[in-house]
Design a protein around this ligand. Structure first.
Ligand code: UDP
Ligand code: MG
Length: 316
């Protein structure tokens, strides 16, 4: 059986969401024409997720699963799922039912109209605190300004992509995967569907503030070189300020020797300011160099410990 559609769903400690997720997916599946496979990727869960996945697969052979050897992170789990998906159109979504599976029907319609990427754009987030909404709002706008490519606002990973696009993503060797950016980078005909993001059905948010921040930094650094240029600009600015100050000192010394020269505080401020600029610049450089280091190591993106429903073994 070669499926027409694949669902790719990363799961990390989502035991309480899986039964309901499965139920809603089956309801969606009954409404689409053509075979549907459901690929669930266990991202090193510590609860009963894996055994639930095994049960679902035993009961319903259209449910396949991959189990990563540890927690590799959401983006890598999605990547693994894309590597294994066999459908002509692939729908990527979260397991916590924040992305309503029913929207896939609309995505499929758009795909049939000839779009290669159909992404869901949040018009509203229900019951997510301002601690999450505000930074997310600011970040997506910053990213849009700084990124080398057009990355649409307020879109997550919830999307449908065509086989062609998936093949290209699968060929990308990058270790630092910011899937929603890579998806925009590919191009083709892309379109958005607006939706209101539901609250999590059950369980805890896996993206803590720290994780989200790291994720945002990753997106920014992977798709923009503006931070690197920033130190050049600030350096130039500091040089101009220093030059002006030098002229001022000369003026005071030569033309107006009677004016009081109180320089101690100024010197301290200048030293601290430049020190800060230098440290931040080194930090930014470090971010990029760290990424180069990650890429150069060329490790596999993930390690599988178990698969269900695929002929390919865990060796890949
Ligand atoms: N997830 C994952 N690995 C992780 C963290 C999250 O596979 O290390 C999955 C999680 O199970 C869920 C999706 O990624 O299906 C999104 O996670 P979450 O709902 O916590 O993030 P948010 O919706 O707040 O962005
Ligand atoms: Mg969620």
């Amino acid at each position: 059986m070669i499926p027409q559609y694949s669902f790719v769903i990363p799961v990390y400690n989502e035991e309480s969401n899986l039964p309901q997720l499965y139920r809603r997916l089956v309801a969606v599946r009954d409404r689409v024409e053509g075979e549907v496979e459901i690929i669930l990727i266990n991202d090193g869960s510590r609860d009963r997720t894996l055994s639930i996945l095994r049960d679902l697969h035993a009961k319903d052979p259209h449910v396949c699963y991959l189990s990563l050897a540890r927690n590799f992170g959401h983006q890598i789990a999605v990547t693994a799922g894309l590597n294994f998906a066999r459908g002509q159109a692939i729908i990527v979504m979260d397991a916590d039912l924040q992305d309503p599976p029913e929207l896939a029907l609309e995505m499929i319609q758009r795909w049939q109209q000839g779009y290669q990427v159909v992404y869901a754009q949040r018009s509203k987030r229900h019951k997510e605190g301002w601690m999450k909404r505000l930074p997310a709002y600011a970040f997506y706008r910053l990213l849009k300004r700084l990124a080398d490519i057009e990355i649409p606002l307020d879109t997550g990973d919830f999307c449908l992509i065509d086989r062609q696009v998936a093949d290209i993503l699968n060929k990308m060797p990058e270790q630092n995967r910011y899937v929603r950016g890579l998806r925009s980078w590919v191009g083709f005909k892309q379109t958005a569907i607006r939706f209101e993001r539901d609250p999590r059905f059950s369980g805890e948010v896996k993206y803590t503030f720290g994780k989200s921040f790291a994720f945002a930094m990753n997106g920014l650094i992977s798709f923009s070189r503006v931070p690197l240029r920033l130190s050049t600009y600030v350096g130039l600015f500091a040089a101009v300020v220093a030059l002006i100050m030098a002229f001022m000192v000369l003026y005071w010394r030569i033309i107006a020797p009677d004016s009081p020269l109180t320089g101690f505080a100024t010197i301290l401020i200048a030293v601290f300011f430049l020190g800060a600029v230098q440290l931040v610049s080194i930090g930014i450089l470090g971010e990029y160099i760290g990424r180069i280091y990650e890429e150069v190591k060329g490790r596999p993106l993930y390690v599988l410990s178990e698969v269900g429903g695929f002929e390919r073994s865990i060796e890949g």
